[in-house]
Ligand binder design. Sequence first.
Ligand SMILES: [Zn+2]
Length: 211
Amino acid sequence: MTDDPALSGLSGSIVHDEIVPARAPWLHHVAAGQTLRIVDVEGNQAVDFLIYSAADDAERYSAQDTVAAKGNLFLKTGSVLLSNEGRPMMTITGSAVEYHDTIGGACSCESNTLRYGHHTRHQHACVDNFLEANLTQGRGKRDMVSNINFFMNVPVEDDGTLGIVDGISAPGLTVDLRAEMDVIVVVSNCPQINNPCNAFNPTPVRMIVAA
Ligand SMILES: [Zn+2]
């Protein structure tokens, strides 16, 4: 038994447990049936997230298919994350945060420059993290697709306007994802400091895999 609250409710044995530093990329294989738990260690930390099929990485997460199948813009407990071939890749089996975003996209040097001014051109961004992690397996820019932003609050107003506003997460909150096929998970622990998605202070997250 453990008294680590971050492990509570996970069944099976812990096969991986790692802290991803603030601003860092992360790549990990999760086998079908395993559960990945992401812990927002210090709270309000956006976790940009891509999924590729381990068998054929031409099959990857599709925000559009996921949203269309669910008929809802927000990812919540029970949401099935679909591939571009319409197959379940992972299921959100538990979430301590009300909802997660999949329409806000990943920050890039280009989008930072456009939104926040040219002086942000050289700030580290999620697209760089995704590329750095993906390059280790031969994937490049053309393999980047619309992502999930766990713990990020992107409300949609009545007129369709998107916000990127103060987070609804808090220290120690978690989201659990069960792999429905063998997958490669690619993460950018978002380095953004120009909007409130990380409370202007990027912090570490913890990745736990239970088998
Ligand atoms: Zn970012």
